[in-house]
Design a protein around this ligand. Structure first.
Ligand code: SAH
Length: 350
């Protein structure tokens, strides 16, 4: 017996032909009724993956301090939008607000806006942010831009659809997901339907795979347009690479273990790494001031996570102190989340 989501994919492919990886990701993760994110809370021990804010409050606290500083850089505006895209359980926003509130005027000025497609997670966010009256959006387009925007997205862009191109003898071909009874879901390569590969400038050898994420570009452009209107500062944090380069980063994860992207459909998270060079190019085209991308370790150490860990440890029981120490290492060690995760800052003056 196939799940309704599997049936829907089979029927769509039968009717319209093979689908590109982007369509596949969009349906599997985001289908309004059966999508992976729409039907569950995927986070934590009992779920499929764990994120930085769920590992330690220090992550959100450092970001809270960063954004309080950005707010002051914008001249401490009397009203601003604090926007989070893909807020998960709302833990990051709650931790950021705990620190932000300590700054005079910040609490009075803030209006929290959340871009979230999952009703299950919206519910968790409502609980975590009780008292703040957050406003939810399906996508960035409806977020107000009449006041400055401080924006954060942690592991948000990696959930957005992306397409893959394979270099063959005759040039770039697109990778599609096809289905038939004998082979089940499988990949085929074919010429793309819209000629997107004509924009690829990256050098490649036969067999190389290049990933292109038009939807991420659209989100970054939209975000930039909004921040341009009244000023703003954004931080995007994700698994990813600083330079555009070939490579297949499409992965599925279930119960904290890697699995096949064409199996456990709707029961496993699908992710791809973010090309931070492509983000930087987009944001610069929109006239933003954009930082170089740095590792999560470099960013967190720069904003003082080691000092914060020290302060928390001093007040902790021996068992808590051990947890703080281990969380600090998980977030910043290069063989854990410190190096694979990157951070980029986008700024507009007021
Ligand atoms: N930022 C959180 C959660 C990361 S998981 C954390 O660090 O813990 C990805 C989040 O993005 C989830 O909240 C998921 O529901 C949301 N999401 C996934 N696809 C989305 C989309 N297309 N639009 C808006 N939110 C999306």
């Amino acid at each position: 017996m196939h799940s309704p989501l599997v049936k829907l994919l089979q029927d769509t492919i039968k009717a319209d032909g093979p689908m590109d990886i982007g369509q596949y990701i969009e349906i599997v993760l985001g289908h309004p009724k059966y999508g992976y994110y729409v039907t569950r809370d995927p986070l934590g021990q009992a779920g499929d993956f764990t994120t930085s804010p769920e590992i330690s409050q220090m992550f959100g606290e450092m970001l809270g301090a960063y954004f309080a500083h950005q707010w002051m850089n914008l001249g401490s505006p009397a009203r601003f939008t604090f926007l989070e895209c893909g807020p998960g359980r709302g833990t990051l926003m709650a931790d950021m607000m705990r620190i932000g509130k300590a700054f005079d005027g910040f609490r009075q000025a803030v209006e929290i806006h959340l871009v979230e497609i999952s009703p299950v997670l919206r519910q968790k966010q409502a609980e975590a942010l009780r008292g703040y009256g957050p406003v939810w959006h399906e996508d960035v387009s409806t977020v107000p831009d009449d006041v400055p925007i401080l924006m954060v997205g942690n592991e948000f862009l990696d959930a957005l659809p992306l397409r893959q191109f394979v270099m063959e003898e005759e040039g770039w071909c697109e990778r599609y997901v096809d289905y038939n009874e004998e082979a089940g879901f499988h990949y085929i390569n074919a010429s793309s339907r819209d000629g997107l590969e004509r924009n690829i400038t990256c050098a490649a050898e036969i067999g190389d795979i290049l990933e292109v994420a038009p939807l991420r570009d659209v989100v970054v452009q939209e975000l930039c347009r909004k921040m341009k209107a009244s000023g703003g500062a954004a931080l995007l944090i994700d698994y990813g690479h600083i330079k555009t380069a070939p490579g297949d980063t499409f992965q599925a994860m279930k119960g904290h273990l890697d699995c096949d992207v064409l199996e456990h459909i709707g029961e496993a998270d699908l992710t791809t790494h973010v090309d931070f060079e492509a983000l930087k190019v987009q944001a610069e085209k929109m006239g933003a001031k954009v930082s170089d991308s740095v590792t999560q370790a470099a960013f967190l150490n720069l904003v003082g996570i080691a000092q914060r860990a020290e302060i928390l440890r001093a007040k902790a029981t021996p068992a808590q102190a051990e947890d703080i120490e281990s969380a600090y290492h998980r977030l910043t060690d290069h063989d854990k989340m410190g190096a694979l995760f990157k951070v980029i800052a986008i700024n507009y003056e007021r």
